[in-house]
Design a protein around this ligand. Structure first.
Ligand code: HEM
Length: 419
């Protein structure tokens, strides 16, 4: 067994934040190794796993613990205390079944129709705007789709504020660094949204409002765990938000998708004409662009991995971005090529922008199908229903900064409906 090479330093958090998505691949190259160790977030020691084999180990529930491993500051802003993301074992499987029960064919078809119809209905508004910032326009539009899909009441005059609060929370990935200036405003945004949703849960339970059966608001409000207990109303509000805050975050993939169409113009015609192309395109956007950087866990037992000993209790990080750009898993990973999904074998351990493994027993994202559907419908809309110009702007995607985004947000102008 060989010792694991180290990126020296008492706390490399600042370095991680500075090098962003490239930190892990930089270290792997520099140290000439697949597996390496670093210290971050208060000097804690982490072993960084990468690639298909790394993901396979990471999602082995017998060997890896997830509960308690997310940075506290991120739980306080992005996920919420007691959220599904933060629990393991029987309790997790029980509550995850609730989330997965929302992903019925009918509910998935509903989100497809909502996305299609809201974009179509938005055309006139965009025609009347001098410029449309796609990042901002889609965060608001997806707030309409998400709240409607979840059965939550969101008054028209509140939509912009809710969208902004959601965006602030999603941006709080930066909260792993203690110097994050937006920490307080993310926590404030979370409190506002939790209050608003908790009120609707209480009203639903009292029979004062009547969300349709099958919606997230209805199902979460009436759910009982395996011991027959309902969720307390605050945790219920937190997990209700976890059914549609991430849906609103798809605005980031939408902006990246627009950039991908712009930089790869041949894809536009294919989205319009080839039946499965929008699907392949959506998959490639999720693989190619920077979103979730890493996921944390801990070894439950002594583990041997790729010739290294990993002791029980060692903190681990799965390098999500690195795995999505791993040369062993993807041919020419730094090329944007939707066609690669023609022959993809559907492995649960290589395409992991939203986590990997099994939906029901692992922490893999419950909303992956929704994400693909929303991307398919949105990209089809922009490719075939409207024409527009792309003015000069800063289209840089800075991989040195987490979370990733296009500097300009992606701006279009002269929007016109195609007849
Ligand atoms: C979990 C990413 C969209 C609901 C996750 C995880 C990631 C992720 C990385 C954690 C995986 C892990 O810990 O192993 C994303 C991204 C999205 C997205 C990048 C698109 C922008 C959605 C949508 C929903 C959703 C649309 C709506 C239902 C959830 C839930 C979990 C989760 C409930 C927790 C699952 C668990 O702990 O078992 N997501 N997600 N996500 N996601 Fe998503």
């Amino acid at each position: 067994m060989s010792t694991i090479k180290k990126d020296k330093g008492l706390d490399n958090t600042l370095k991680v934040l500075k090098q962003g998505y490239l930190y892990t691949s930089n270290q792997r190259k520099r140290l000439n190794t697949d597996v390496f160790e670093t210290r971050a977030i208060g000097g804690n020691r982490f072993v960084v796993l990468n690639g298909k084999e790394g993901a396979e180990l990471f999602y082995d529930n017998d060997r890896i613990q997830r509960e308690g491993m997310l940075p506290k500051r991120l739980v306080n802003t992005l996920f919420g205390k007691g959220a599904i993301h933060t629990i393991d074992g029987k309790k997790h499987i029980d509550r995850k079944a609730l989330f997965m029960s929302l992903m019925t064919e009918g509910n998935l078809q509903y989100v497809r129709e909502l996305t299609r119809n809201y974009w179509l209905a938005n055309t006139q508004r965009m025609e009347n705007m001098d410029q449309v910032n796609i990042y901002r326009e889609s965060v608001v539009l997806l707030t309409r789709v998400g709240t409607r899909w979840a059965g939550v009441q969101a008054p028209e005059e509140e939509i912009e504020r809710i969208a902004t609060d959601m965006d602030i929370m999603i941006d709080s990935f930066k909260a792993i660094g203690t110097a994050f200036k937006g920490y307080k405003s993310s926590k404030d945004a979370r409190r506002r949204v939790e209050d608003w949703l908790e009120d609707q849960i209480i009203q639903t339970r009292k029979g004062k409002i009547h969300p349709p059966e099958g919606t997230a608001l209805y199902e979460l409000s009436h759910w009982e765990d395996y011991k027959g207990n309902p969720m307390d109303s605050r945790t219920c509000a937190i997990d209700l938000m976890n059914t549609f805050r991430p849906l609103i975050a798809i605005n980031r993939f939408v902006a990246f998708g627009m950039l991908a169409m712009y930089e790869n113009p041949t894809t536009v015609e294919k989205i319009k004409t080839e039946p499965d192309y929008a699907y392949k395109f959506a998959q490639e956007v999720r693989r190619f662009y920077p979103f979730v950087p890493f996921l944390p866990g801990m070894a439950k037992e002594d583990i041997q991995f790729k010739g290294h000993d990993i002791e029980k209790g060692t903190r681990l990080v799965l390098d999500v971005y690195g795995t999505l750009h791993d040369e062993n898993a993807w041919e020419n990973p730094n090329e944007f090529r939707p066609e690669r999904f023609e022959n993809w074998d559907g492995s649960p351990f290589d395409l992991i922008p939203q986590g990997g493994g099994d939906y029901w027993t692992n922490h893999r994202c419950a909303g992956e199908w929704i994400t693909i559907i929303i991307m398919e419908e949105t990209m089809k809309y922009f490719a075939s229903r409207i024409s527009f110009d792309v003015p000069e702007q800063d289209l840089t995607v800075n991989l040195n900064s987490i979370p990733g985004y296009i500097n300009s947000g992606f701006i279009i102008e002269n929007v016109r409906e195609k007849v």
